[in-house]
Ligand binder design. Structure first.
Ligand code: SAM
Length: 340
């Protein structure tokens, strides 16, 4: 599917909170990756994060962004949704040819510049209606209706019912089994997940931003590549499987970056991995990598882990693990080992 980011122009905190939240939820549900909102407003991100945590995905919200600067630096095409534009059915095929689309929706009257900056000015019918409806139908047309079959990986899943509501916890253990993971790998993964979630909750409670759904999924799926190999390339194999399953990009990256406290490009080449940097870059990736460091068949203390790294991977790797342990312990406000 085309990679779509939505830009919401003209968000007025007092007036538009509800409608901008709906734009964000429509963007997420219909397969966009991110929404950018010009006015700073943290409340929209909070609603979306809660939905992500329950129902999946790593849809992002960023607010307080200058539209001129953002559009200037945008590396794809720009589509401005306006009732004055070209008919969507006339331009959808053309838009679909591009990998990255920035879809702009307004609130009040938009600056005249939008019409010239945009690669396409697109109308969802040439009558005035709503930015929410315009975005939903735009996504429908440019994904050729495929948005409806996308998979969302979250804690819960809604099962379609003729009557009533059915929400179930997703059975990820079954998925790991179906992918060929051994009972030992699954047992280890569940332990890593338990510790990773404790670390993440602690850091979150200390006021830092942690994407809980990414930690939840990445910790459970981090070793899915062991269904193919127990060598170090399980990190790359795992990322491939996760991509095939349609797991969120942040989860795929956390799987690929979970080796030790990070394998840099130089070490990757020595280990026979495709030569790139596998260092965990985000807090979610660091949590998963380190929860894994502290977990084998059972949990183990940092001293034992450092010793093992020194013996097997050398001093540099051992130092990196210790550094990561200290960093996460500081963020937790307690030695991570105490959470075991
Ligand atoms: N006069 C405005 C315009 O330029 O379209 C209408 C403002 S409308 C309340 C807010 C937003 O809804 C617009 O900025 C546009 O993004 C979207 N919109 C409304 N009707 C649309 C239509 N028929 N096609 C595409 N977008 C539409």
């Amino acid at each position: 599917m085309v990679d779509v980011t939505v830009f919401r122009y003209g968000h007025r905190i007092a007036r538009d909170k509800r409608i901008t939240t709906h734009i964000a939820l429509v963007a997420r549900a219909f397969g966009a990756k991110k929404i950018i909102i010009d006015t700073k407003d943290d409340s929209i991100g909070e609603v979306v994060r809660d939905v992500n945590n329950r129902f999946g995905d790593d849809f992002e919200v960023e607010t307080g962004v200058n539209w001129r600067k953002f559009i200037k630096n945008w590396s794809g095409i720009v589509v401005h949704l306006t009732m004055y534009g070209e008919k969507i059915t006339d331009v959808a095929d053309e838009i679909r040819k591009h990998d990255r689309v920035l879809a702009i929706v307004g609130s009040k009257k938009v600056p005249g510049d939008f019409y010239s900056i945009a690669d396409f000015n697109v109308a969802i019918g040439n009558q005035p209606h709503s930015e929410v409806a315009a975005l939903a139908l735009f996504m429908h047309y440019i994904t050729d209706g495929k948005w409806i079959d996308q998979e969302f990986y979250g804690k819960f899943q809604i099962l379609p019912q003729k009557r009533g509501k059915k929400v179930v916890e997703r059975d990820y253990v079954k998925l790991l089994m179906e992918e060929g993971c051994s009972p030992e790998v699954i047992d280890h993964s569940l332990k890593v997940q338990k510790l990773a979630m404790k670390i993440a909750e602690r850091i979150k409670n200390n006021g830092m931003d942690v994407d809980m759904n990414t930690v939840y999924l990445a910790s459970l799926f981090h070793d899915i590549g062991r269904s193919k190999t127990h060598g170090i390339s399980h990190i790359v194999e795992g990322a491939k499987i996760a991509r095939r399953l349609g797991l969120p990009e942040k989860v795929i990256m956390a799987i690929e970056h979970h080796g030790g406290a990070g394998i840099d490009k130089e070490d990757a080449a020595k280990l026979g991995l495709p030569p790139r940097d596998y260092t965990p870059r985000t807090i979610e990736e660091e949590i998963v990598a380190h929860a894994d460091n502290l977990t084998g068949n059972g949990y183990r203390g940092i001293e034992e882990v450092v010793k093992k790294f020194e013996e097997k991977a050398g001093k540099k790797a051992a130092e990196k693990v210790m550094k990561l342990h200290k960093k996460l312990s500081e963020m937790c406000g307690i030695d991570v080992g105490e959470l075991i």
